[in-house]
Design a protein around this ligand. Structure first.
Ligand code: NAD
Length: 488
């Protein structure tokens, strides 16, 4: 029996939370299912308010000393995290793939990029800076310092649990904060395995706690705790609203990375083969469950027919299979039956509103078990249809014909979401217009939607507040203090 988990007769692991430097068992658990087989594969701890309070108390006790250390010293721990990830990369990818039906290739990319992420932020230890400002007074020095906020709570979604966990831990620890990550109760396994792997790297107890459980229980308790300095949530708009409400009680800073409804604009001058390839890849990656990937397509009418002629066979060629056993699969099952039904109901309502399913449009019956949905293309959609407005988070591509580039821009912006967008064109003037007129945190030109770690991932409108990655991502976890020093 390991200190982390108990392997029972049917190989169901029971995980424990990592709080104040050690693992502690929980009274209640949440079942974790393999979405391809529907089998229970683990029991996740159902964290409580007591667990949240213990993690915050431990963080508070440890943070001051941690925050006073040189940032290069803190960076060493990030490098150690990268190292243990690399040493266990295949095991971690297999765990991730099994608990969330992510095809192995993509699961391995997520694990490997996470190691790079820790190293990348370790490399910024010497480069975040304050300022010396010119004073109005004689013999005075004005110095602007960047200080840690104190305790950072990171709350993560199920779709990229490992990478998003690192997105919370790396910048907060580097800048001298203590960090508590509340992992999604849907996919806790890979992060709990990470907790076991870093148990002995020498982090001071309480500087990093990794907990899990329901959002309205341990999640809410963390967001309501007055000792927490910043809550960084990646998740749905609804969770973002709940976190803001809780944060309002103590005027706690929030950083929110929420949902998206990314438009893809295909212009009449576009390379259509490239557009089709990128849009299909963007729609089916992780079975359509990615916040920033193409959710709706606008095609200029001159090339609509040709685009559809190329799109349909490309979507039809998408291979669906068991994430762990089919190494040629492009996509796999949806995360759970709720998500599967949500996608199915949305497609049914799209048809009721007048949409025409050209491909797929139903729950897949190709497998005996698992939450599979067929890659789907819907035409004859209109801008006000739900499938063009609400996040689907599944392998469903609604395509709309537009009369002009201006109309495409208007429709693209007509959304309460503002995370990412893409445009396919060879016309520099359209690219320049998109730069200023597409009101989204990211716009991809002639490529699939996927951000880089040195960029800045942030949503406009209801897609969020603040952002992550790169040097700007560090600012989220820092507060600014000005010193006025009068010389005698
Ligand atoms: P979710 O909102 O259901 O859950 C996200 C996390 O918030 C979970 O850990 C959950 O337990 C927690 N939570 C829920 N209610 C809470 C509350 N009241 N207080 C505190 N915590 C609470 O989202 P999900 O289903 O896990 O993930 C899918 C959503 O995340 C999609 O909308 C997707 O677009 C979005 N997402 C956004 C990004 C981004 O970078 N913008 C990245 C990945 C996913």
């Amino acid at each position: 029996m390991s200190d982390l988990s108990t392997i029972t007769g049917n190989q169901v692991k029971t995980y424990q939370q990592f709080i104040a430097g050690s693992f502690s068992s929980s009274a209640d658990h949440i079942e974790v299912l393999n979405p391809c087989t529907e089998e229970v594969i683990a029991l996740a701890p159902r964290g409580t308010k007591d667990d949240a309070d213990r993690a915050v108390a431990a963080a508070k006790a440890a943070q001051t000393e941690w925050g006073l250390r040189p940032s290069v010293e803190r960076a060493e721990y990030l490098k150690k995290m990268a190292q243990v990830i690399r040493e266990n990369r295949v095991f971690l990818a297999e765990t991730l793939s099994t608990e969330q039906a992510k095809v192995m290739g993509l699961a391995q990319v997520e694990i490997d990029v996470t190691a790079v992420y820790f190293d990348y932020y370790a490399g910024l230890a010497r480069s975040y800076e304050g300022e010396i400002i010119q004073s109005d007074r004689p013999n005075e020095q004005m110095m602007l310092h960047k200080l840690p906020i104190g305790i950072a709570v990171g709350i993560t979604p199920w779709n990229f649990p490992f990478f998003v966990m690192a997105r919370k831990i790396a910048p907060s620890l580097l800048t001298g904060n203590a960090c508590i990550v509340k992992i999604s109760e849907e996919t806790p396994m890979v992060c709990m395995e990470f907790a076991r792997l870093i148990e002995n790297i020498g982090l001071p107890a309480g500087i990093l706690s990794i907990v899990t459980g329901y959002g309205h229980e341990i999640g809410q308790a963390l967001t309501e705790n007055p000792d927490v300095g910043i809550i960084s949530l990646t998740g749905s708009v609804v969770a973002g609203q709940k976190v803001m409400e809780a944060a309002a009680k103590n005027i706690t800073k929030v950083s929110l990375e929420l949902g998206g409804k990314a438009p893809a604009i295909v212009c009449k001058d576009a390379d259509l083969d490239l557009a089709v390839k990128a849009i299909v890849a963007s729609r089916v990656i992780f079975s359509g469950q990615v916040c920033n990937c193409a959710e709706r397509v606008y095609v200029e009418e001159e090339v609509y027919d040709e685009f559809m002629t190329k799109l349909l066979p490309a979507m039809k060629a998408v291979r669906v299979g068991d994430a762990r056993t089919d190494d040629k699969a492009d996509m796999s099952a949806q995360i759970n039956s709720t998500q599967l039904m949500k996608v199915d109901q949305m497609v049914k309502r799209a048809v009721e509103e007048g949409g025409e399913v050209l491909l797929g449009g139903r729950v897949s019956n190709r497998f005996n078990k698992g939450y599979y949905y067929e890659p789907t293309v819907i035409a004859n959609v209109e801008q006000h249809h739900e499938v063009m407005q609400n996040e689907t988070f599944g392998p469903v591509l609604p395509v709309m014909k537009v009369a002009s580039f201006d109309e495409a821009l208007d429709f693209a912006n007509d959304s309460e979401y503002g995370l990412t967008s893409s445009i396919y064109t060879n016309d520099i003037n359209k690219v320049l217009r998109a730069t200023k007129e597409l009101r989204f945190g990211e716009t991809y030109v002639n490529r699939e939607n996927f951000e880089a770690i040195q960029g800045f991932h942030a949503g406009f409108r209801k897609s969020g507040i603040g952002g992550a990655d790169g040097k700007h991502g560090l600012e989220e976890y820092l507060q600014t203090k000005v010193m006025y020093i009068q010389q005698n």
